[in-house]
Design a protein around this ligand. Structure first.
Ligand code: ADP
Length: 151
């Protein structure tokens, strides 16, 4: 069984993440969306909220699982026996950043990173921009799946 983890903060899940996960399920038997917990980072949405947003968005897709983890992504992959990391690439800046991480991860463990180019229609979307729109009371609903709503 081919399984991949899709790691990130998902603060919050966007249509860009949704696109990568939806396309990932056509390539892998299981996609484990893994929310990384970094205690020194400030998040807009709680861990539970972020998890529920993703679970609800993929309620009809049994191949998608949502988990949380602490520490290095490769250590978590080894712990749960996953051989692939899935990442999305939006632009050249993402590529340079992801390249360094993927090389480092391969030094640490025999885990392959698989990249998918983002859909043109969602490639401009970033969680940080969604948070800015929310903070300034803009209409963020066009940028995120329906499961993501501010209370
Ligand atoms: P991080 O904490 O690594 O910034 P994110 O939650 O922002 O995590 O992103 C997780 C993954 O989703 C990364 O591989 C990132 O490239 C990808 N991603 C982020 N935004 C988009 C988007 N608009 N389209 C496709 N992939 C995206």
């Amino acid at each position: 069984m081919k399984r991949a983890i899709f790691p990130g903060s998902f603060d919050p899940l966007t249509l860009g993440h949704y696109d990568i996960i939806s396309r990932g399920v056509t390539l892998f038997d299981e996609i484990i969306v893994a929310i990384g917990v970094n205690s020194s980072k400030k998040y807009m949405f709680s861990l539970e909220e972020r998890k529920v947003f993703i679970e609800k968005a993929f309620i009809d897709e049994p191949k998608v699982k949502v988990v949380t983890y602490k520490g290095l992504t490769v250590d978590f992959c080894k712990e749960i026996g996953v051989e692939f990391i899935l990442r999305g690439l939006r632009n050249p800046a993402d590529f340079e950043f992801e390249k360094a991480i993927a090389h480092t991860n391969r030094d640490l463990a025999p885990i392959e990173t698989v990249f998918l180019l983002t859909a043109a229609s969602t490639s401009y979307i970033a969680s940080s921009i969604v948070r800015d729109v929310i903070r300034n009371n803009g209409d963020y609903t066009k940028l995120v799946p329906k499961s993501v709503r501010v209370k």
